[in-house]
Design a protein around this ligand. Structure first.
Ligand SMILES: [Zn+2]
Length: 150
């Protein structure tokens, strides 16, 4: 989604276009960090001179996610990450450095097929592969893969 698309979506959902929300959108649109945590968004925003608190960033991201503007990736042992990519894709999650990259895929089963076959209406999907990225496999990363993580 473009910045303008995001702003348009805010209006459609009845959310006011506040300076805080714009700041969060600007950081999310930068795309330098594809799957930021709230802390990362906060650090980037304050680094750019935006004035907003960490709790505002959390609340804003939660709100965007609740309204379907972005997607929340929840993890058991890591803080939530957020993503903007609306296309169908797998999240490749490195258990060494925590990097998450997107890998595009076509949907295994269409929502229409599931609805017809099982009467199941899909609301959201989540595709995650866990492993180690190239950098961690080569040992080039400063943070080595952690073994025995349960
Ligand atoms: Zn890695």
């Amino acid at each position: 989604m473009t910045r303008e698309g995001m702003i348009e979506s805010l209006r459609e959902k009845g959310l006011k276009v506040t300076s805080q929300r714009l700041a969060v959108i600007d950081i999310l649109m930068e795309q330098r960090v594809l799957h930021p945590s709230a802390a990362r968004v906060f650090a980037a925003a304050t680094g750019r001179g935006y004035r907003l608190s960490l709790s505002t960033v959390y609340a804003t991201l939660h709100e965007f996610s609740r309204h379907g503007l972005i997607k929340t990736l929840e993890f058991d042992q890591r803080e939530n990450r957020y993503e903007m990519n609306p296309e169908e894709h797998i999240n490749l999650i490195c258990e060494g450095c925590g990097r998450i990259s997107d890998y595009p895929v076509s949907r295994a089963v269409s929502e229409e097929t599931l609805l017809a076959d099982r009467g199941f209406r899909v609301r959201r999907t989540r595709m995650e592969y866990y492993g180690f990225c190239r950098g961690c496999l080569r040992g080039g990363s400063s943070r080595k893969p952690r073994a025995g993580k349960t």
